[in-house]
Write a protein that binds this ligand. Structure first.
Ligand SMILES: *[C@@H]1O[C@H](CO)[C@@H](O)[C@H](O)[C@H]1NC(C)=O
Ligand SMILES: *[C@@H]1O[C@H](CO)[C@@H](O)[C@H](O)[C@H]1NC(C)=O
Ligand SMILES: *[C@@H]1O[C@H](CO)[C@@H](O)[C@H](O)[C@H]1NC(C)=O
Ligand SMILES: *[C@@H]1O[C@H](CO)[C@@H](O)[C@H](O)[C@H]1NC(C)=O
Ligand SMILES: *[C@@H]1O[C@H](CO)[C@@H](O)[C@H](O)[C@H]1NC(C)=O
Ligand SMILES: *[C@@H]1O[C@H](CO)[C@@H](O)[C@H](O)[C@H]1NC(C)=O
Ligand SMILES: *[C@@H]1O[C@H](CO)[C@@H](O)[C@H](O)[C@H]1NC(C)=O
Ligand SMILES: *[C@@H]1O[C@H](CO)[C@@H](O)[C@H](O)[C@H]1NC(C)=O
Length: 401
C-alpha cells in the first residue's frame, strides 16, 4: 500500500516512516500515545539478536486498575526476507535492526489506553514486540560466509522477550492475549501454544491473529507464490524445528506448517481470526502477484474494487471461497474459537483506530471489531462472524482498497 487515505480523521497522518509495514496504513488521532522503547539487555547472551546482530526490543505501557494483572502482547508485522540478499537489505533497515527503529511507538487501536477508543483492553499491560528477524519470530540459524553475517534468531528473540517480561509482572498474569498483524499475525499462530506453556498454568491465555491468515492458494497464473516463498524462508532461517511438531509430523511437506491453515487444527489455545476475505496484501501478492499481471490488467481493480470487471470480481469471490474453505473445520468445530472475516478491502484492522473502534468502523451485525474481539475474549457471546460477499457490506467505506 503506497497511498494513505482516511475519510474520518482530518488530522490523520500516515506515519509510514515510523511503524507501518509497506502494506499497513495507520492514521494517527490528534492526541496519541507514544511509548518508549525497551531493549532486552540479556538477549545477546541468549543469542537473541536482530538480523544485523543488534539487540531486540519492545515497548511496554503499564496497565492499571482492573487491568493491572492482564497482559496484551502484540507482534509487530512487516513482511519477510527469504534469501541472503533480501535479508541483508533488511538488516540495514528498521525492519531488521533496532538501530534504525524509531524509539517511540504509537499505541492506538487495540493498544490504546483510552477506554472510549479501546473498551476492553485499555487498562491492560500492553506490549508491542518489535520485529527484526524477518521470519515471523520463528527462525533459528545463522548465515556467515566470512565477509557477511546474518542472524536468523526470531525464535530466540521471542523467548528472550518473554523471559524479560515475566519478572515484570507477566509471571503473575491473570489474563493474557497474544496478538499481531500481518507477519505478526502469522507469528501469533506459530507461537500461541508456546505462549501458553511459558505462562503460569492458571493464566487465562488466548490468541488473536489480525491479517495473518495467509493462504496456501493458487494465484491467477496457477502458481502458489507463497508456498515457494515460505519454503525458502523456512529453509534459510531454520524455522522447521520451531513449527508445531504435531503438524510437521503429520504433513508430507513439514515446511507447509508455516501456513496457518495447516497449523490451526493443532492449536489448543483459544484463538480468534480477524481477516478480510479480500485481504489487500494477499490479493496483491498471492492472488495477483505482479509477475502474473505484467500487462497491468489488474492495476485499476487493485486500487479500487469498484473498478474491477465481472471476471475479476469472480476471481476475488473464488479467493474468498478458498479462505472460508480453509476455515471450515475451525468454524464448525472449534468451541473456543472466534472469527471476524469481513469483506472490506483491508490489511490489518486492529491497530488503527479507524478500523478497530470508531463511529465509522467496519461492523458485522452492528458490532465493531473491538466489540467482537472483546465478546469473544471475555466469553460474553460466541463470536464467529463471516461477512456476506463484496460489495454487500456498507460499513467498509473508510478502508483503503
Ligand atoms: C525510556 O526507557 C529507558 C529504559 O528503557 C529509560 O532509561 C528512559 O529514561 C526512558 N525515557 C523516557 C523519556 O521515558
Ligand atoms: C479518549 O478518547 C475520546 C474520544 O476520542 C476523547 O474525547 C478523550 O479526550 C480521550 N481521552 C483522553 C484521556 O485522551
Ligand atoms: C558472502 O555473501 C555475500 C552476499 O551474498 C556476497 O556478496 C559475498 O561475495 C560473499 N562472500 C564470500 C567470501 O563468498
Ligand atoms: C495463580 O496461582 C498463584 C499461585 O498459586 C496465585 O498466587 C495466583 O493468584 C493465581 N492466579 C489466578 C489468576 O488465579
Ligand atoms: C515452547 O516453550 C517451551 C517452554 O515451556 C520450550 O521449552 C520450547 O522449546 C518451546 N518450543 C518452541 C517450538 O518454541
Ligand atoms: C500433539 O502432540 C502431543 C505429544 O507431543 C500430544 O499429547 C497431543 O495430544 C497432540 N495434539 C494433537 C492435537 O494432536
Ligand atoms: C510460475 O512459477 C514458475 C516456477 O516457479 C516460474 O517459472 C514462472 O515464471 C511463474 N509464473 C509466473 C507468472 O509467476
Ligand atoms: C448499532 O450500534 C450503535 C452503537 O454502537 C447503536 O447506536 C445503533 O442503534 C445500532 N444500530 C442498530 C440498527 O442496531
Amino acid at each position: 500500500m503506497k497511498s494513505c487515505k482516511t475519510r474520518t480523521n482530518i488530522f490523520a497522518i500516515c506515519i509510514v516512516l515510523l511503524t507501518c509495514a509497506p502494506w499497513i496504513v495507520y492514521s494517527v488521532p490528534e492526541k496519541f500515545l507514544l511509548v518508549n522503547m525497551t531493549f532486552v539487555p540479556n538477549a545477546k547472551a541468549q543469542g537473541a539478536v536482530c538480523l544485523d546482530g543488534s539487540l531486540p526490543a519492545y515497548h511496554l505501557h503499564r496497565g492499571f486498575g482492573s487491568g493491572a494483572r492482564n497482559w496484551l502482547l502484540q507482534f509487530e508485522g512487516g513482511g519477510w526476507c527469504n534469501d541472503v540478499e533480501s535479508c541483508l537489505e533488511r538488516a540495514r533497515s528498521r525492519r531488521g535492526s533496532t538501530k534504525y527503529m524509531n524509539r517511540w511507538a504509537v499505541f492506538s487501536g487495540i493498544l490504546s489506553n483510552n477506554a472510549s477508543l479501546n473498551p476492553d483492553f485499555y487498562n491492560w499491560n500492553r506490549v508491542k514486540i518489535r520485529y527484526c528477524d524477518g521470519a515471523s519470530f520463528a527462525g533459528d540459524s545463522k548465515f556467515d560466509n566470512g565477509t557477511v553475517s546474518l542472524y536468523f534468531r526470531g525464535q530466540r528473540i521471542w523467548r528472550a522477550i518473554i523471559l524479560d517480561l515475566l519478572p515484570k509482572g507477566l509471571n503473575r498474569a491473570d489474563k493474557a492475549l497474544l496478538s499481531g498483524c500481518s507477519a505478526g499475525g502469522l507469528a501469533a499462530f506459530l507461537h500461541c501454544d508456546n505462549f501458553t506453556q511459558l505462562l503460569p498454568s492458571n493464566t487465562s491465555v488466548k490468541c488473536l491473529s489480525d491479517a495473518g491468515f495467509f493462504l496456501d492458494a493458487e494465484g491467477i497464473s496457477l502458481n502458489r507464490t507463497m508456498r515457494s516463498f515460505f519454503d525458502k524462508l523456512v529453509v534459510l532461517q531454520g524455522a522447521e524445528q520451531n513449527l508445531d511438531a504435531n503438524c510437521t509430523s503429520s504433513h508430507y511437506y513439514p515446511n507447509q506448517c508455516f501456513f496457518p491453515q495447516y497449523t490451526l487444527a493443532y492449536i489448543k489455545t483459544p484463538f480468534f481470526i480477524l481477516n478480510s476475505a479480500y485481504d489487500v496484501f494477499q490479493f496483491h501478492h498471492i492472488l495477483v502477484p505482479p509477475s502474473a499481471d505484467l500487462r497491468g490488467h489488474w492495476n485499476r481493480c487493485k486500487l479500487n474494487p469498484a473498478s474491477c470487471n465481472q471476471n475479476q470480481i469472480s476471481i476475488l469471490q473464488g479467493f474468498r471461497g478458498e479462505m472460508l474453505a480453509a476455515l471450515r473445520f475451525f468454524l464448525k468445530y472449534s468451541r473456543t474459537g472466534g472469527t471476524f472475516i469481513n469483506s472490506c478491502f483491508a490489511h490489518c484492522q486492529s491497530e488503527s483506530q479507524d478500523t478497530w473502534f470508531a463511529a465509522e468502523s467496519p461492523r458485522m451485525h452492528n458490532k465493531t471489531i473491538a466489540e467482537a474481539v472483546g465478546d469473544w475474549y471475555f466469553e460474553r457471546k460466541v463470536t464467529k462472524e463471516i461477512d456476506c460477499p463484496y460489495p454487500c457490506d456498507t460499513s467498509c467505506h473508510n478502508l483503503i482498497p
